[in-house]
Design a protein around this ligand. Structure first.
Ligand SMILES: C[S@@+](CC[C@H](N)C(=O)[O-])C[C@H]1O[C@@H](n2cnc3c(N)ncnc32)[C@H](O)[C@@H]1O
Length: 209
């Protein structure tokens, strides 16, 4: 069942965007949701930003307002076609996040939103290693994704969402110590910030200088 609804939401962008906007109400709307992972970062027009697993450009749209140097990467040709159409002023690359066609030490910021919960555990490790490789020393990996709610009121809503749209990897992510995983792979990580009753986490990890 989850697979059918996920496939449908990827096939029809209006459905994906509608669900995202509805879910983002839990943090005050999509505009606020898209700012969460950017808080505390110093971004300039020439900051080299990678929007990892950019989908149809939902976060890329916000990133290009902050920098002229934004690259979106995704494995889905359909999503990338839409991203090129929706947000033409970014550069796009079709590739897997666990094997990126970029040189070492290239980006100031790697941003990823609502994507790591789709990865198998081994894949997640490989992606974190790849992000570390492509970041410049002192560069920041900033991500927003699911977290086990700290407020029990949020469990039923999150569970229904997972049953309808996600697979076992999303449940797996709830059990994963993401900050610990980032630290194991060399990042300096602060305490995650939690939102929406704890059901969303924002983590920022810095590559050592
Ligand atoms: C839920 S969407 C998130 C899209 C967007 N970042 C957002 O915030 O709405 C997850 C995206 O990750 C992409 N994806 C999944 N596995 C991937 C992988 N291994 N490498 C690159 N992209 C991947 C999918 O194609 C999809 O576009």
């Amino acid at each position: 069942m989850a697979t059918i609804f996920r496939d449908l939401s990827y096939r029809y962008q209006w459905l994906y965007d509608g669900i995202s906007r509805l879910a983002a109400l839990s943090v005050g709307g999509e505009g606020r949701f898209r700012q969460l992972a950017l808080q505390g970062l110093t971004l300039h027009s020439d900051t080299h930003i990678l929007d990892l697993c950019c989908g149809s450009g939902q976060a890329t749209e916000f990133l290009v307002k902050l920098s002229q140097n934004v690259t979106g990467l995704d494995a889905s040709p359909l999503s990338l076609r839409r991203a090129r159409n929706n947000v033409p002023n970014a550069t796009y690359v079709e590739a897997f996040a666990e094997n990126m066609p970029f040189a070492d030490n290239l980006f100031d910021i790697v941003h990823t939103s609502a994507a790591l919960h789709e990865m198998q555990p081994e894949q997640l490790r490989n992606i974190i290693q790849e992000v570390y490789r492509v970041l410049k020393p002192g560069g920041v990996f900033t991500l927003v994704d699911f977290h086990p709610p700290t407020n029990p009121i949020f469990w039923p809503g999150l569970s229904v969402f997972f049953w309808l749209f996600e697979t076992e990897t999303a449940w797996e992510l709830l059990k994963t110590d993401l900050p610990g995983l980032l630290r194991e792979n060399g990042f300096e990580v602060d305490t995650p910030s939690l939102y929406a009753g704890g059901s969303l986490q924002v983590i920022q990890g810095r590559k050592k200088r």
